[in-house]
Design a protein around this ligand. Structure first.
Ligand code: AMP
Length: 113
């Protein structure tokens, strides 16, 4: 599947990122427009467009992304943090390659906008 998103370009090394973690299934890097002192994105190497288009075969990968989100939060010194997955433009998704936001380092309000 072609991955013409900006994250596809990062995965192919065509544009740089500020990497904080990588393994054989995923990459984590700092968000270019951080919404908090810590704002990291965890993305699968597999080009899944969105959580809503993931499939049963992705179950282990989705679990892995969450475990790595927690690992990255700990690595960044966070006890409290928020994980966000926006699915669809109406929910704020702007890059159509699945990603988990890991946000923390300041008090976080609930509910979000
Ligand atoms: P979303 O709006 O949930 O699709 O999140 C996309 C995120 O990607 C936004 O928080 C952007 O700031 C971030 N972003 C876009 N381009 C880059 C980039 N080249 N490097 C790092 N983060 C990016």
């Amino acid at each position: 599947m072609a991955d013409d998103t900006i994250f596809g370009k990062i995965l192919r090394g065509e544009i740089p990122c500020d990497e904080v973690y990588s393994d054989e299934q995923c990459l984590a890097f700092r968000d270019v427009a951080p919404q908090a002192p810590v704002h990291v994105l965890v993305i699968p190497l597999k080009p899944i467009e969105s959580l809503r288009s993931s499939a049963a075969e992705d179950a282990a990968l989705l679990g892995h992304l969450l475990l790595i989100a927690a690992r990255v939060a700990k690595q960044e010194g966070l006890d409290d943090f928020r994980t966000v997955i926006n699915s669809g433009a109406g929910a704020g998704q702007t890059v159509f390659h699945l990603h988990v936001h890991v946000i923390g380092g300041r008090p976080l309000e609930w509910p979000p906008g």
